[in-house]
Design a protein. Structure first.
Length: 84
């Protein structure tokens, strides 16, 4: 039962030694990843804002193109006009 725990401990220790020896390279890779994530987030935000602006323009254009009714009829007036 103790053998698997010992093997896991040796593996974790070995990985710790490797990480310690390569800490400069690992730190550089982490910085690069963070920079990429920030750039991606800024780009995504800009695309989202552009999309929202285009949707607003389209909805405004649809509202302006819709003809307005001059007066509203009640149900009774509509039935009287249809029967006449």
């Amino acid at each position: 039962m103790a053998l698997p725990i010992f093997v896991a401990g040796v593996a974790i220790g070995g990985l710790a030694v490797i990480a310690f020896n390569n800490k400069a390279k690992i730190a550089e890779e982490v910085k690069t990843g963070i920079k990429r994530a920030k750039d991606f987030a800024k780009e995504s935000l800009q695309k989202t804002e552009d999309f929202q602006k285009s949707v607003r323009k389209e909805s405004t254009a649809k509202k302006a193109a819709k003809p307005k009714r001059k007066g509203s009829k009640t149900v009774k007036e509509a039935l009287d006009a249809a029967n006449a």
